[in-house]
Structures are given as C-alpha cells and as structure tokens.
Ligand binder design. Structure first.
Ligand code: SAH
Length: 351
C-alpha cells in the first residue's frame, strides 16, 4: 500500500497537474513532523542538542552573557523556534539560570506530537503557532537550531526556453521533478539569470520571512537571535534538497511525509534581510569555531573529569559537534542583535 501522502499527491497531480517543489516540501514536512518523534538513534536523524548537553549549555551561556552586558532588562523571554524534544531549551535554560537569567519560555512549534513531548519537559512554557503572538513587553532571546532547514524552499530551473519553476509531476506512477510552463525570469536576480541550461536556483521565502520578522522584533523590543543550521555563507547554485530516513539519505520524491526533507540554509541571503530591519549582524561563523571560542574544550574536560567512565563519550560528542569533517564546518551560526545591544561571544566581526 502506498503511504497516505504519496496517494494524495498522486491523485492531486493526476487531476490538476504538477505541484511546486515548495508545496511538496511544505506538505511533506507538515505531515512528517506532525505525527512522530523523529530524533535519536531509533529515529530518523540526530541533532546537536541530542548529541551532547554541551551544545545547549554553551548557547545558554551565550544568551546570559549578552543579556547581562545589555543591562539585564526584565521581563525577558527565551524563544525557541522548532524546539524538537525540548532538550536544547532544558540545557540552555539550566546554564543561563546559574548566571541569573531566568526568562519566560516560549516555543514556536506546529507539530502536535512534539508539542506533547515539549510539555513534559517544560510544563511552564507558552506555545505559539508562529511568531506573531510572541510577547512584546521585553527583549527576546531567540534560538533556532535546525529550524530553517525544514522550511520549504522554492526551486527555479534554467531550461532551453528560460527560467521555470521546478515542479513535481508524475512519470509512470512515480513522482519526478519536472519544469513548469510559466516563465519565471522575474523571480531570478538579474546577476544570476545568465546561468547554463540545467542550473537550479534555490530560494527560501519562508526562511526570509522568519528572519525578517525576528529582526523586526529585535529592532523594536531588544534582544538577540542565533540561527544555527547547515548551509553556506556565500551564494550558490544547485538543489540541496535531501530526504533522510533512519539515518540514511533516501530519494526526495519517493516517500513524502515519511522522511525528513531539508535544504541547506543560504545565510548569504539572510544577512541582508536582517540588516534591512536595522539590527546588528554579528556574523555567520562555522559551528566548530564558534563552540571552541565559547569554551567547549574546557567544558568537555570538566565533564570528562567529573565522570571518567563517560570521558571517551564526551570527547567523541565534542568532536562530532566541532570536527571539520563532521558538524563543525558544514553547520553555521548566524547571530543578530538589537541595534543597541553589545557584541556576542564567538563572533569575530565587530562594528
Ligand atoms: N531544534 C530541534 C529540532 C529540529 S527539527 C533540535 O535541534 O533538535 C525541526 C523542528 O522544527 C521540529 O520541532 C519541527 O516540528 C519544527 N517545525 C518544522 N516546521 C515548522 C514550522 N513551519 N513552524 C514551526 N515549527 C516547525
């Protein structure tokens, strides 16, 4: 039997024609996250906070440090976008409280099953379906780890006839990528229109909208935000869409709603959007470099010394988070703050 979403898409495309990649990704992920806990060894993938408590702890220290240097304004709100199991929030808030930062907790989450898990770990939190209902009475300390990569991307493809939307159609009962019919030149920046046939340009209006909203909030009510994800700090061409199931890459179009669909985050497109709202862009650093500047090596040594039986596991986790060939270089950390907030630890750029 076909998976339910595959059947729905097949029926839809048969009746009304191909759907956009963006539509395909949005509905697939809504279905995927809505009905399961995808994390951990028994799940489909593992994220940094699930690898080690050190990740969330260092984020909590980063937030406490910048909040203290900005003048300890209260009330202050911790906001996490797509908090998964709630593990990062638990570790970050635990570390922050040791430095006097005890914010109200807000989660932006759409998945019913993950909300239930988050409630168990954070009974005092407030939930939001999007950013519009977040409080406006104080600074926001916003964290988004592997959130933007799950938001739908739009793909444009250069065909012999010009730029077209990349769509999902049917070929002998299988979902396959096809080019749309409407000319899409206007959606491609002029500097990038002259690419060879077959070139794919990926853009993420949904990520742009989130960063626009976050930056606007920081500019008017104060605060800082960290966006952490795999992606690149320079513009690129090509499709980065991938599907992961049971820790393996699978075909993007074979099992909609049953695998995690993600795309690399184009940080080079997000920085100008933040700047357009008048906030400070602290930089986009490699995760390995950022965590090392924040003291992950010392924290790993302390944890290893406190529990010698786990010393090896702690060092392996540290290497996984920071190693060049592991998460250290592929993952980036982008920091932005309110215009009158200070520099953040781990970012080299200051202005
Ligand atoms: N930050 C967590 C989870 C990452 S997975 C971690 O690092 O482990 C992506 C998270 O974003 C999940 O919690 C998922 O349910 C949520 N999510 C995906 N799309 C969303 C959307 N459009 N709005 C709100 N949450 C979303």
């Amino acid at each position: 039997m076909k998976a339910p979403l595959l059947e729905t898409f097949t029926r839809l495309i048969t009746n009304t024609g191909p759907i956009s990649v963006s539509h395909y990704m949005a509905e697939s992920n809504a279905h995927y996250y809505g009905g399961r806990d995808p994390f951990g060894a028994a799940g489909d993938f593992i994220t940094a906070p699930e690898i080690s408590q050190m990740f969330g702890e260092l984020i909590g220290l980063w937030l406490a440090d910048i909040w203290i240097r900005a003048g300890r304004t209260e009330p202050v709100h911790y906001v996490e976008l797509g908090p998964g199991r709630g593990t990062l929030a638990r570790d970050a808030l635990g570390a922050a409280r040791r430095y006097g930062l005890d914010p109200r907790v807000h989660f932006v989450e759409t998945s019913t099953s993950l909300k239930a898990l988050q409630l168990e770990m954070h009974p005092q939190a407030f939930w939001h379906a999007d950013l519009s209902t977040l409080p406006s009475d104080g600074p926001l300390l916003i964290v988004a780890n592997e959130f933007l990569d799950a938001l739908p991307v739009r793909q444009l493809v250069r065909t012999a006839a010009g730029w077209r939307e990349r769509m999902v159609g049917l070929d002998e009962g299988r979902l396959v990528p096809v080019a749309g019919t409407a000319p899409m030149e206007v959606a491609v920046p002029t500097s990038r229109r002259d690419a060879p046939e077959g070139t794919i340009l990926e853009i993420s209006p949904a990520s742009a909208a989130v960063v626009y909203e976050v930056a606007g909030r920081l500019a008017t009510q104060g605060g800082a935000a960290l966006f952490i994800d795999y992606g690149h700090a320079e513009p690129r061409f090509g499709s980065s869409l991938q599907a992961v199931r049971a820790h393996r890459k699978v075909d993007v179009f074979s099992a909609p709603g049953e695998a995690d669909l993600t795309a690399h985050v184009d940080f080079s497109a997000l920085a100008p959007i933040a700047l357009s709202r008048g906030v400070r862009w602290l930089g986009t650093e490699e995760q390995g470099h950022w965590l090392r500047s924040l003291g992950i090596d010392a924290r790993a040594d302390a944890l290893a010394a406190a529990a010698p039986l786990h010393a090896e596991a702690v060092r392996t986790a540290r290497d996984r988070l920071t190693g060049e060939g592991q998460m250290g270089a592929l993952f980036k950390v982008m920091g932005i703050t309110a215009p009158d907030w200070p520099d953040g630890a781990g970012f080299e750029r200051t202005d």
